[in-house]
Design a protein around this ligand. Structure first.
Ligand code: ADP
Ligand code: ADP
Length: 227
């Protein structure tokens, strides 16, 4: 199991219980859609996977290691997180610099770095925009830059927060193919999404959060058959 979450509970300082005894495991290469109404706890769960939040109780294991012993930098080698709002994660003056930042930071050797950056630009359809400043891109394009910069870090787990929001049809098709390719490569994709078509076409499994707990977990086909 690449991800193993056991009895994860989390409260915000104001007392809101955002996660309440959440347990599930994910196999390498699985494509998992995380659904649920606003306030269900989806973002809080994603923030735990990347170590932005730490459990109040319960444990998270990624690739066989408990995350409470890992720093953010170490976790970043294992889990990539694409924020819902790309402007939370874009800093560089050009697309290619932005995408190259992660691999440099993780100290991949130069040849490997080039390979990862070029592959990420190609897979996200950004090659033509490589020298453009992210400020001059549309929201949909900036979201693809954020995704490319995470892909370039070559993490075994990729977490996406609302990847299709603000994307045109062609970009959604590209994103879907990308999710499929990642899984074929044995990488694991967890995506928070409200996009049912995207979920039905490109995911294996659905986990529904409700009031901080899991109300449904199973194969996407079973889920579609009962909604
Ligand atoms: P979702 O992503 O499913 O919309 P969230 O994880 O954002 O849900 O929120 C889960 C619960 O935690 C909600 O009740 C929300 O209002 C609350 N919450 C989220 N962030 C904070 C915060 N920073 N401080 C206090 N409560 C929060
Ligand atoms: P999402 O759409 O991803 O669930 P939200 O729009 O609910 O995110 O929240 C946006 C930001 O506000 C997040 O940083 C979240 O942690 C914070 N937040 C959400 N609910 C609350 C809350 N009740 N109190 C304080 N902060 C909150």
């Amino acid at each position: 199991m690449i991800v193993r979450i056991d009895s994860l509970t989390f409260r915000y300082p104001n007392g809101t219980t955002a996660l309440d005894g959440v347990s599930f495991s994910v196999e390498a290469g699985e494509r998992v859609a995380i659904l649920g109404a606003n306030g269900a706890g989806k973002s809080t769960l994603a923030r735990h996977l990347v170590g932005i939040e730490r459990p109040a109780s319960g444990t998270i294991e990624i690739d066989g290691r408990r995350t409470d012993g890992l720093g953010i930098a170490e976790l970043a080698r294992t889990v990539g997180f694409v924020f819902q709002n790309p402007d939370d994660q874009l800093h560089a003056a050009s697309v290619v610099k932005e995408v190259g930042f992660g691999p440099r930071n993780l100290r991949f050797p130069p040849a490997r770095r080039t390979e990862l950056v070029e592959s990420a630009l190609r897979r996200t359809g950004l090659n033509e925009l490589r020298d453009t400043h992210p400020h001059h891109l549309s929201l949909g394009e900036r979201k693809r830059v954020a995704l490319a910069s995470v892909l370039a870090m070559d993490t075994p787990v990729v977490v996406l927060d609302e990847p299709t929001t603000g994307q045109d049809h062609a970009s959604v098709v590209l994103l879907g193919n990308l999710v499929d390719d990642l899984a074929t490569d044995g990488r694991t994709v967890l995506a928070i999404t409200h996009d049912m078509d995207f979920c039905a076409e490109h995911f294996d499994r659905v986990i529904v959060l409700e009031n901080g707990g899991i109300s449904w977990d199973g194969p996407v086909a079973h889920w579609l058959a009962q909604v």
